[in-house]
Each structure stands twice: as structure tokens, then as C-alpha cells.
Design a binder for this molecule. Structure first.
Ligand SMILES: [Zn+2]
Length: 383
């Protein structure tokens, strides 16, 4: 019933709720009373309809419940607090220590989240839980996905440890899926029905939204694009093929290729610096850099056509460090390149390709949003 109210713009009246949920009017009336008493919903304006008496609209109460979101990324930890409408209340980013052990991670997460809550003046009892995004696709598999980023968390039931430490329900998700959900709910894709999300950063992956959820696949590992060939003339991949997405479009691969072409300094500087350097060269119109990012635009387009075509998506959102650095420069080429290759045929409108807008908060927001909407009874199955 809460979700029916949530997704109706302007809220729903009790009569509309009964028809939307199939519940008896008396049940709707009793449940509404309980949700009002719990402070989860509130009464809005009275709306007069053509026939019958005025109806009072029921709406989600922003202060009714809150959720924490955490993104454990390889080089930073991002924390957010959102209200029941999904709006960002507070956020903080700290530098990650990838060699930290489980108790250090639990300690720093608990103390940072409690600090955010206190500063925002949110009562402890209003926090519904914490969504945590870890390096991975849809469902986290720490043994294979998280091991390179956080070696000391490998093989642990980190969700349960964190739940004990926080004394709150905790749900884990892969950060590519969390990015997708964040952008879909409160970011670039808020107007889309079923967007595909392409993530270009240290890892490459995609996530597709179906019925408001990230499509998980049979084993929770849908969206692995690493060895999709995006450029038949691209660099040789470890797998033996030429031009896999992982060999062309990760931030490490982009920086390595730029250095090999003599565009940027080849050295031990952080990969982020290499991307920034490349961005500046493109901005200044350096022809070699422009040619190089044109190739990246074609590769991204090929990945998008594959993902959005397979999933029947109505739009594509692209995010991650590579896109944050180069997206603005290559977006027009990508839009031109996917046009006519994906989306409805015979329609002149270009297929919408959108840049993620949530930046480094995207995954934490998506994880928090997932936690906010998690039905209580479904949580027992989650760590
Ligand atoms: Zn490969």
C-alpha cells in the first residue's frame, strides 16, 4: 500500500487506494490509520471530484523513515542519508583504506553513519536500515568481485557483521546495480521507464531496469560485459580476443592507451590524473586526442547497442569515472552512432543516451533507495 501511494503523483485517496490495491475499503481505512499513526504517511489536500464528496489525499511523509547508503569503492567510502521520499539529507566521502579489516570497516561505517544522523537531527528510531554497495554487478559475490578491491573482506559474511555493528537491517548490492538504481530513481533516468545503465570505470558492466528493479539474472550476475567485443581492431585482451570492453573502456585501459599514443604522461601517476589530462587535450582540440576519443565513442556506442537492444530498454544512462571525464566530449558522437541501430525502428527520434548526474554519490544513493523500499518481511533472506 505504501508503494501504491509512493508512485502516484500527488498521492492517492482511500477510494483510489482500494481500487489500486484490490483491498476492501474497510481494510484500506484501517491500514491508512495505522500508517498515519506510525508517521509514515500524511494527509494532503482535499480534492473535490465531479461526483461524490471531497477526498483527502494520502501522501508519503518525508520524515517518516530514513535510510543510510554506503558505497565501498576501491579508493573512497561514500555515505548518504536519504528521507522517505528518496531525497538526499546528508552525505560524506572519506578516503578508503583498502587493507582495512572487517572490524575497521564496520567501525568507520558505524561511526560515520551515526555522525551523519546526529548532524541531520534524525531520530535513531526513524532509520529503516542501511544499503551497502560493494564492487560488483547486481548481487555481490565478495569472493570473486570484491576480492581485488578489499582483500581482507574476501569470503566473509560482511553484511551480517555490519548488521551487528549498526544494529540495523543491512542489504548488500553490487555497485554497478546500485549506480543504475540511483540514476533511475533520483538521477538522470527519473523520467525513463526501463533504462539500461552502462558503467565505465575500474570495471565494466551494465544493468537493466525492469518493472522498477535491476534485472539480476539467474545467478545475480547479469550485466557482465567485460568480454563483449566493442572494437574488432582494438587492443588484445587477456582472453585472447581483440577489442573486448575490458581491454578498451576501463579507466586503466583508456589511460594506458592514451599513454601508448604519447598523448599523456606514461608513469606512476594516478589513473584519475591521466583521464583529466586526456579531457583537457580534447577540450583544447588536440587532433590526436580527438581521434582517440572518437574511437572510444564508437566503442561505447557498440556496447550500448548490444545492451539496450538485448534488454529492449527505452533509454541508456552512462556513468563511471571514464564517462565523467570524457562523456561531455563524446556524447554527441555516441547519440549519432546509436541512432537507427537501437530503439524503435522507423522512428526519427534519437535513442535517448543520458549522462549520469549523481557522480560519486550514485551507488550510495541507489543502495539507500533499495533499502528504503525493501519490504520488512523480505529482509530476513538478506544478510
Ligand atoms: Zn576479453
Amino acid at each position: 500500500m505504501l508503494n501504491a501511494i509512493r508512485w502516484a503523483p500527488g498521492g492517492l485517496s482511500r477510494v483510489e487506494l482500494a481500487s489500486a490495491t484490490g483491498l476492501a475499503p474497510q481494510t484500506v481505512s484501517n491500514l491508512s490509520r495505522r500508517l498515519l499513526d506510525l508517521g509514515l504517511i500524511e494527509e494532503g489536500e482535499r480534492v473535490t471530484q465531479a461526483a461524490g464528496k471531497p477526498r483527502t489525499m494520502l501522501k508519503i511523509r518525508a520524515e517518516g523513515r530514513y535510510a543510510f547508503g554506503v558505497h565501498l569503492d576501491a579508493d573512497r567510502l561514500v555515505f548518504v542519508l536519504i528521507d522517505f521520499l528518496g531525497r538526499l539529507v546528508a552525505s560524506r566521502t572519506i578516503i578508503a583504506d583498502p587493507d582495512a579489516g572487517p572490524s575497521e570497516f564496520c567501525g568507520v561505517i558505524s561511526s560515520t553513519l551515526m555522525d551523519l544522523r546526529r548532524n541531520a537531527d534524525v531520530p535513531r528510531g526513524r532509520i529503516g536500515g542501511a544499503g551497502v554497495a560493494l564492487p560488483g554487478l547486481v548481487v555481490v559475490d565478495l569472493e570473486s568481485s570484491g576480492s581485488d578491491a578489499f582483500p581482507r573482506l574476501q569470503g566473509l559474511d560482511f553484511g551480517s557483521l555490519l548488521q551487528e555493528s549498526l544494529e540495523l537491517p543491512v542489504s548488500l548490492s553490487g555497485d554497478i546495480a546500485a549506480n543504475a538504481l540511483g540514476e533511475y530513481r533520483v538521477g538522470a533516468g527519473a523520467a525513463c521507464e526501463a533504462p539500461a545503465y552502462l558503467h565505465l570505470s575500474t570495471r565494466i558492466g551494465a544493468a537493466a531496469i525492469f518493472s522498477g528493479e535491476v534485472f539480476a539474472g539467474q545467478n545475480g550476475r547479469a550485466g557482465d560485459l567485460a568480454h563483449l567485443v566493442v572494437d574488432p581492431d582494438g587492443p588484445v585482451c587477456d582472453c585472447g580476443q581483440r577489442g573486448c570492453a575490458v581491454a578498451c573502456l576501463t579507466r586503466e585501459a583508456v589511460v594506458r592507451q592514451a599513454a601508448q599514443r604519447g598523448l599523456t604522461a606514461d608513469g606512476p601517476s594516478p589513473v584519475g590524473d591521466g583521464l583529466q589530462e586526456l579531457h583537457e587535450l580534447v577540450d583544447n582540440g588536440t587532433p590526436e586526442a580527438t581521434d582517440f576519443v572518437a574511437a572510444i565513442a564508437r566503442q561505447v556506442s557498440n556496447a550500448l547497442v548490444a545492451v539496450a537492444g538485448l534488454m529492449g530498454s527505452d533509454a541508456a544512462i552512462v556513468g563511471g569515472a571514464v564517462w565523467e571525464a570524457l562523456g561531455e566530449s563524446v556524447l554527441p558522437q555516441v547519440v549519432a552512432s546509436v541512432r537507427g541501430r537501437v530503439g524503435s525502428r522507423g522512428d526519427d527520434a534519437p535513442f535517448p543516451v543520458l549522462s549520469g548526474v549523481l557522480g560519486q554519490n550514485a551507488a550510495a544513493l541507489g543502495a539507500a533507495y533499495r533499502e528504503l523500499l525493501a519490504p520488512r518481511e523480505a529482509r530476513s533472506g538478506n544478510p
